[in-house]
Design a protein around this ligand. Sequence first.
Ligand SMILES: [Zn+2]
Length: 297
Amino acid sequence: MFSRTTSYNSSMLPSPRVLLSIDYEPWFALTRRYDALPGPRQRRKLDGGFSLHALDPILDMLGEAKASIYLVGEIADWYPEIPQRITAHGHELGLHCQVHRPLVETAELEKDLCASQGWREAHGVRGYRAPMIGIREEAYPLLKRHGFDYSSSIYAPAGTLLKKDGVWELPVSTLSMFGSPQDLRAPREFSTGLLLGGEVPYGSSFMIGLLSDSVLRILERQLKAGYSPVIILHPYELARPEGFLRRLWPDVASHPLLFPFTLTKSNFLKKLLRAFPVSPLATYLDEALALQEAAHV
Ligand SMILES: [Zn+2]
């Protein structure tokens, strides 16, 4: 069950900015080839220190700008200093998942949420970003039980804010060609169905990889219209893992749609930070709720 509280009236929304998020995951999360690696030791070894070494360059790139960084929890197990450094720099720390794999099945999601409980509570995590933007409606009561305030796990037009079973959903942004989509039930992942319905998921780093200048133009137009688009980047798009293309080549050759994720996006981020204000998603959500409350007094 969900109640639709979408507001397309931009005068009711907080000041427009880009809601910048980074799904902070090991470089090999891009391919499904390593999903079944049995132990945390093997995955840590395969990561080869990338998750640790990428953090400083990314924090430097962000500078004074604050983002939402949705962390894969096993990285916090490997390097406890990573979540600490993220929050010490004033960024929002969220959950991407504990171990990166599809978490559409509710039972799998529950296991994953239990596994991340310790570090989530220690760092006051409020937000969830589903791996591969894959979530079902049944997940929202589960997220509520595990203490989440919000999720950003479907695609929908900027300006959409939904409450689903007590949890806010602040979607990753699409541009809708044929007016507002009527059905905003999960799942709303990057699919041919979404594209055939006339929605361009420009918040995806896939689109940013293919059409970065067009995405910057869309962002500019959306901000001018008063909206705050949600976009996703990944650490391996901002700091290059050693031998990244060589190691991923077999995956890209067999799944060419992975190609845009292998392109570096640090120039895109630099241009974005020069051109637009940014904020974490939780900051925006708090402002939006305060405005709604003020309007009802
Ligand atoms: Zn991911």
